[in-house]
Design a protein around this ligand. Sequence first.
Ligand code: ZLS
Ligand code: CA
Ligand code: ZN
Length: 403
Amino acid sequence: RNGIQRPVGHTVSFHYNPRVESHHFGKSHPMKPWRLTLTKQLVLSYGLHYALDLYRPLEATKEELAAYHTREYLDFLQSIDPQHSHPSSPNTDHEQRRTAFLGSNEANADCPVFDGMWGYFTLYAGASLDAAHKLVADQSDIAINWSGGLHHAHKGTGAGFCYINDIVLAIQQLLLVTPRVLYIDIDVHHGDGVEEAFYYTDRVLTLSFHKYGETFFPGTGALEDTGPRGSHNPGAHHSLNVPLRDGIEDAEWERLFRQIAGDAIDTYNPGAIVLQCGADSLGGDRLGSFNINIRAHGFAVEFVKSRAHGRKMMIVGGGGYTPRNVARCWTHETSIAADVELRNELPMHVPYRQAFTGNENGDGLLYPSLSNIQGKIHPNMNDQSYFDNLIAHNKEQLRYIKG
Ligand code: ZLS
Ligand code: CA
Ligand code: ZN
């Protein structure tokens, strides 16, 4: 009806269970699963689902999560959920365990305990595992899970809104069938949890672009941190970091990404590429401070896809704290995966249309100008020589790597 068709010879799968939408971190918490509702509605309104294989994955099992996470952490997560908790266990013990596993509760925690949280984790992790399994079984070429991408979770603790590291679990599955996986992370925060999980191996190359400096979370991901010290360790030179200052703009971003990600793909020659597309690197994000627009963000997907040359590709979400722009961004990136061009005017019948209309909400367009219009203004604190140094340093690291 609207001309959207399945391209021949390349399958794009979309892994999503709408039951994730109903979970709430708490009233003032910036992480809003509702952004996934908005994304899904926009994808459907553009008719993109005609170009996708849609899957509705079930919850991951505790056994599946234990492929990375510790038993005691999983036992804690499952039992702290009010719906699973034992009324007999004393409150004080719960409090101590909560602090140990999810951090202190001062000024309201990044990782709160909320109703149905076990259901939420197992759904988003289940979707990433389903995506990985469809790639492994050769039933998909590009597998997308916008509810995943929770890159800060550690083996035995939660951090930065992340409890279960679905990315690590998915990469573990890909490693069963391919010798090398490249992980690229364009969330405005450092992909520390994924870097940490594969820090000591040469079978995963991690590459994160992020804001770095002052007190910005999580504080890791310096240019110089490229893996364990000592060239005898297989993980040496296999963690790449691109620390950025506030206000980076479209052209600079695209040049930097093309250079560094391009070199990484060519040199490392991975069998699969996992791309974390956190949308908090967009201009106007509530927590981020970059100045890039939706097409420049999507350039990462476009570029990796153009260099994939038959390699399996997995795309996950991540951060993104201005929901209308998260939905725009991930709809655009779904369309890139599916080889479909979308018109700038949003479909008339899109639900929640008011979230996208009005001057400050982007005028009913898919691609409004985000830089310096929405949110706080972040002057560009990067300069050409700084970028040149980032490119040169990462090129130097890649000289140690043979694909
Ligand atoms: O990458 O900066 C921090 C840590 C703190 C400041 C905030 N307080 C609550 C705890 C101590 C130093 N945390 C960051 C985490 C960012 C995680 C990004 C996840 C991802 O995008 C992947 C999904 C942070 N930045 C902003 C907040 N936390 C934050 C802002 C507002 C609130 C409300 C709820 C909770 C407390 C008040 C909160 C956190
Ligand atoms: Ca990042
Ligand atoms: Zn983030």
